[in-house]
Design a protein around this ligand. Structure first.
Ligand code: PEP
Length: 254
């Protein structure tokens, strides 16, 4: 399995001009880098999906940051899974902690989105992780268990292999705080165990388990390399191609 390095650009790059500058910097910084052991996925806002795909071609994959669970109809303001797929995306981030926090998304709704994504051939990157309070109450492992089981409810064994899980402790997202490598490894082992229980070892082993939350070129060793993660989900640092590609290179080479 190739490791994955996913950039979540969030609600940034405010004009086509900024977007074109991003492409220019990314091309310049990636020109002399050998990144054969990883797949890079960039997840821009919806309005730029096609432009990203046209620019990216085959050199990297494009993903959406969210989508609706229904395929079409009277859902003002929503984006269909089919639209995301037809814009050239291979991936979609689902259940990001910011969606859970600001838009009150629950596991049940995320599960519907997971099923809809799989139906159109999108690979869901499902975010799980505990809040600060849950961590203080020693509820981390229970929270992860519930999120994984409920978000994957009803997924078939064959489709399972398309899933990516990102362990993102909510308190580590956007904060510059990161967990010790051992805690991340413990979360990864737990997630793998749940997947083995639900789908059997051969399918479970094919699922990439990423770490996300304040990943940068200085923390990547501790949060990705040491716990042996299958890649990273990167927020802020993905806005600076120079920094993002430094992270990508480290994950490529370990
Ligand atoms: C994220 O939003 O998924 C994320 C990991 O953000 P950051 O890297 O900025 O903490």
């Amino acid at each position: 399995m190739k490791r994955l390095v996913v950039g979540n650009l969030k609600m940034n790059l405010l004009s086509p001009l900024e977007r074109e500058k991003y492409f220019e910097f990314f091309d310049k910084e990636s020109a002399n880098k050998e990144l054969d052991n990883i797949e890079i996925v960039l997840c821009p806002p919806f309005v730029y999906l096609e432009a990203f795909k046209n620019w990216a071609g085959k050199k990297l994959a494009v993903g959406a940051q969210n989508m609706f669970a229904e395929m079409k109809g009277s859902y003002t303001g929503e984006i269909s899974p089919a639209m995301v797929k037809n814009a050239g995306c291979d991936y979609v981030i689902l259940g990001h902690s910011e969606r859970r926090r600001y838009f009150l998304e629950k596991n049940e709704e995320i599960n519907l989105k997971v099923m809809a994504a799989l139906k159109v051939g999108l690979k869901p990157i499902i975010c799980v992780g505990e809040s600060q309070t849950e961590k203080e109450n020693q509820a981390t492992l229970q929270v992860i268990t519930d999120q994984v089981k409920e978000c994957l409810f009803g997924v078939s064994r064959t489709k399972m292999e398309k899933i990516v899980i990102a362990y993102e402790p909510i308190w580590a997202v956007g904060t510059d705080e990161v967990p010790p490598a051992n805690d991340i490894m413990e979360a990864k082992v737990l997630i793998r165990k749940i997947l083995v229980g639900m789908f059997g070892r051969p399918s479970a082993e094919k699922v990439a388990i990423l770490y996300g939350g304040s990943v940068n070129a200085r923390t990547v060793e501790q949060v990705c390399v040491e716990p042996g993660m299958d890649g990273a989900l990167v927020g802020r640092e993905s806005l600076t191609p120079y920094e993002f590609l430094k992270i990508a290179e480290i994950i490529n080479n370990y």
